[in-house]
Design a protein around this ligand. Structure first.
Ligand SMILES: [Fe+2]
Length: 632
C-alpha cells in the first residue's frame, strides 16, 4: 500500500473511530477496541487472516502537559519526516513501560497500514499513542500509531517518522497514554525535497548553562519563523556548582542525586536533562522547532578528550562515566543515532551526521570530543588557555575528529552538490591569539595540522561556499577561514566562520567582572586563574588608569584581538543571544540577536549584527542599517 492510500484509509479509520468514541465515552480514559467497526480491520484481516488485528485508541482526560513533565521535542528533520521525542513521567502517570536492552522503534504500530500484528504493549498501556497532523487541532491526522515508552531509558519515547511525510510541510504532533495523559502539542517542518532550490532559514545556538541565567534568548528564538534550529553543543553543563567557575543564581540551582557538584552517574546526568527540559523557554523552543544537535564537552565533562578523559577531574580515562553520558544524551536528544551500551564508549554512539536541505545546503555536523587527541601542550589550565604554545600543535598525528570521521567529513565536503556547505562545528576554527599567546588551545588552535588539512582539502577540491557555525567560546564573532593564518594571512579565504554567543554561559565581560570582584565566575570561556593572568597583563598595558572596570578591560582586549587576528572581522563577548542564517542562490545572510539580560525571566531582544556572504566568494560584508559597512 502506498503512503497516499495509507492516509486515505487512516482518515476513514479516524472518522469511524471518532463516531464510536463520541457515543461510547463521554470523557473517561479509554482503551477502545474497534474491531467490529474499523475498515482497517476488515482490510487487514483479509490480508493476514492468522493475525489478531485491532484498531485501538487512547483518549485524553487530563489537561495537556500533565504527566509529560519534559514536554515534547523533535529533531533531525528530513524531507519526509523527523525524530519525535517525549518523556512520560512515571511518577505522575504510573506508567508500566517496556523493559528492553535496546529501544527498538521498529515495533511501532501504525494504524491504517494493515500490519498491526502485536498489540500486547498497546493493550498493557506500555506505549503512547502518537498523532501527527497538518492542523494544530488534529481535526484530521496524517498518521496515528503506538510506540513504546522505554523504561530502562528514563521513560523516553523516540520515534523516527522519516519516510512517512511530505516535504516542506509543517506538522503538529502529540502523545497520549492509555490512562488519559496527553502531552503538549509540538510542531516541526520537514525539509525541502532533494531538487528543491528554495531558500533555507534556520537558527543556531550554543552554551546554555542553566545555573547561570534564564533562557530568555530561547523564548525569542522560539517565536522566529524557521525551518529548524541547530545546537552546536553545551546543551547541558555537567557541573552544577563548581566553585572554580560557577555560582548558581537564585532559583536556578540543580541538586544532583549523588550529592556532588558534577554529574558522575546516570541518575546525575538524567537529573540535569530533566531539570533543563522543565525550563519553560527551552520547552517552548522544542515545541516550536525541530533541533539538529551535537554535543561539545559539557554534555560529558569540561575540555574532554579521548579516551573518555575528564581532565578537570582526573587524567585517567573514565569510560563508564562517558558511556552513561552518551546514553543520557541519546535518551534526551531527538537525534537519529543509535546507541548500544554493550559496546565500548567510543563505539556506543556515533553522532556525526549530515543533512541534505534541498539543493540549497548540506549541513554537516561533526563530533569534536569523543575521538580527539589530548591538548597539545599539556593538561594544565595554563597549558590550554593563554599558552605560549609548543611543537605538538602542528603534530600531524594529532586529531580532533579522529581518522574515520575526518575521512567522512572531507569526502562529504568535496562530494556535496549543494550550493552551501554548512559545517556544524563545535569549537573555534580561526586562530585566536592575544599578546602572541594562544588564547584557547582547546579549540582548533590546538589542532593546527588537522585544521590545515581541512583548509587545503577545500582549496584542492575547489569547495566553495563553506560556512562553519561555531559555539563554545561564549562570544559572537565572524572570521575568515584561512589555509595558513600565520605564514600567509593574506591568502584567499577558504570559508567563513560565524560564531554564536552563548544563551546564558558567561561571556568574557561577565567573567572579567567576576574576576575583578573575586566572585566565582559562571561557566566562563576562560578559567579563573587565566583570567587573573589576563587582567594582570591588561592592567600593565592600561598603566595609570585608576579605576579598572570590566568594560574598560574588555574594550582593550577586544581591540587587541581584532588587531592581532585580522581575519577576525567582528568580535563581541559582552552579550547573549542566538544567530539566524538565511541561504539563497546568491548569498547567505547572517543575523545575530541579543537579549538585554539573563538574570530574571523575560528580556528585550535586539538586532545585533547582520552580515552577507556572497555566493562563490569567501567574504564577509557587514551590513549596518541595510548598508554595507567597510571594515578594511
Ligand atoms: Fe560552553
Amino acid at each position: 500500500m502506498n503512503q497516499k492510500s495509507n492516509r486515505n484509509l487512516e482518515k476513514d479509520v479516524d472518522k469511524s473511530r471518532r463516531t464510536l468514541l463520541k457515543t461510547f465515552l463521554a470523557g473517561t480514559a479509554l482503551f477502545a477496541l474497534e474491531n467490529a467497526l474499523s475498515p482497517l480491520n476488515t482490510f487487514a484481516q483479509q490480508r493476514n487472516s492468522h493475525q489478531t488485528l485491532k484498531a485501538v485508541r487512547y483518549m485524553a482526560v487530563h489537561p495537556a502537559g500533565v504527566g509529560f513533565t519534559q514536554s515534547v521535542a523533535s529533531g533531525d528533520p528530513t524531507s519526509s519526516g523527523a525524530m519525535l521525542w517525549t518523556r512520560v513521567d512515571p511518577d505522575i502517570t504510573g506508567i508500566d513501560a517496556v523493559s528492553a536492552e535496546h529501544p527498538n522503534q521498529n515495533i511501532t504500530e501504525w494504524l491504517g497500514n494493515g500490519t498491526v500484528k502485536n498489540t500486547d504493549f498497546i493493550e498493557k498501556g506500555q506505549a503512547v499513542m502518537v498523532e501527527i497532523s497538518k492542523s494544530s487541532d488534529f481535526s484530521t491526522t496524517v498518521l496515528t500509531g503506538f510506540t513504546p515508552v522505554w523504561k530502562d531509558f528514563d521513560h523516553i519515547v523516540r520515534l523516527d517518522v522519516d519516510g512517512h511525510l511530505e516535504p516542506s510541510t509543517s506538522y503538529y504532533y502529540r502523545f497520549t497514554t492509555k490512562n488519559g495523559f496527553i502531552s503538549q502539542t509540538g510542531r516541526f517542518k520537514t525539509l525541502p525535497a532533494e531538487a528543491d532550490n528554495s531558500p533555507v532559514k534556520f537558527a543556531y545556538i550554543t552554551c546554555q548553562d542553566y545555573t547561570n541565567g534564564y533562557f530568555n534568548a530561547l523564548d525569542h528564538l522560539a517565536d522566529e519563523e524557521l525551518d529548524f534550529v541547530v545546537h552546536v553543543g553545551d546543551y547541558i553543563y555537567e557541573s552544577v556548582g563548581d566553585p572554580l567557575y560557577q555560582s548558581p543564581i537564585e532559583g536556578r540551582k540543580i541538586v544532583l542525586p549523588g550529592g556532588g557538584i558534577k554529574a558522575r552517574t546516570i541518575e546525575d546526568y538524567r537529573t540535569i536533562y530533566r531539570v533543563y527540559r522543565q525550563d519553560g523557554d527551552l520547552q517552548k523552543l522544542h515545541e516550536k522547532h525541530s533541533m539538529i544537535g551535537i554535543w561539545d564537552d559539557h554534555e560529558f565533562a569540561n575540555d574532554t578528550y579521548f579516551p573518555a578523559i575528564a581532565p578537570d577531574d582526573s587524567l585517567s580515562p573514565d569510560p563508564e562515566r562517558r558511556l552513561v553520558a552518551n546514553q543520557v544524551w541519546y535518551e534526551y536528544m531527538p537525534a537519529r543515532v543509535m546507541f548500544d551500551k554493550e559496546l565500548p564508549f567510543d563505539q556506543s554512539i556515533k553522532i556525526y551526521r549530515s543533512f541534505k536541505i534541498g539543493s540549497m545546503a548540506e549541513l554537516i555536523m561533526t563530533d569534536e570530543r569523543l575521538y580527539r587527541s589530548p591538548h597539545p601542550c599539556g593538561p594544565a589550565t595554563t597549558d590550554k588557555y593563554f599558552s605560549s604554545g609548543c611543537s605538538d600543535i602542528s603534530n600531524p598525528n594529532r586529531s580532533m575528529l579522529g581518522t574515520e570521521q575526518r575521512e567522512w567529513f572531507l569526502s562529504k565536503l568535496a562530494s556535496s552538490d549543494a550550493v552551501w556547505k554548512i559545517w556544524g562545528n563545535e569549537v573555534q576554527f580561526a586562530v585566536l591569539k592575544l599578546f602572541g599567546r594562544h588564547l584557547n588551545l582547546d579549540a582548533w588552535d590546538g589542532y593546527d595540522a588537522e585544521r590545515r588539512r581541512i583548509s587545503q582539502h577545500l582549496k584542492t577540491f575547489n569547495v566553495k561556499n563553506v560556512i562553519a557555525l561555531t559555539g563554545d567560546f561564549h562570544t559572537f564573532d565572524a572570521a575568515l577561514m584561512k589555509e595558513d593564518y600565520i605564514n600567509d594571512p593574506d591568502s584567499e579565504a577558504v570559508g567563513v566562520e560565524l560564531m554564536v554567543g552563548s544563551v546564558t554561559s558567561s561571556n568574557l565581560r561577565e567573567a572579567l567582572r567576576n574576576a575583578l570582584n573575586n566572585v566565582p565566575t559562571n561557566s566562563s570561556p576562560i578559567p579563573l586563574p587565566v583570567l587573573d593572568e589576563l587582567i594582570r597583563v591588561l592592567k600593565g598595558r592600561l598603566g595609570t588608569v585608576t579605576t579598572l572596570t570590566a568594560e574598560l578591560l574588555l574594550k582593550e582586549l577586544q581591540g587587541i584581538i581584532k588587531l592581532e587576528n585580522p581575519w577576525m572581522k567582528l568580535f563581541d563577548s559582552t552579550t547573549h543571544g542566538y544567530a539566524v542564517l538565511e541561504l539563497s542562490q546568491t548569498k547567505a545572510v547572517w543575523t545575530t540577536y541579543t537579549v538585554d539580560q539573563i538574570e530574571t525571566k523575560g528580556a528585550r531582544k535586539s538586532l545585533h549584527w547582520q552580515c552577507e556572504i556572497p555566493r562563490d566568494k569567501a567574504e564577509l560584508r557587514v551590513l549596518e542599517a541595510g548598508k554595507l559597512l567597510n571594515l578594511s
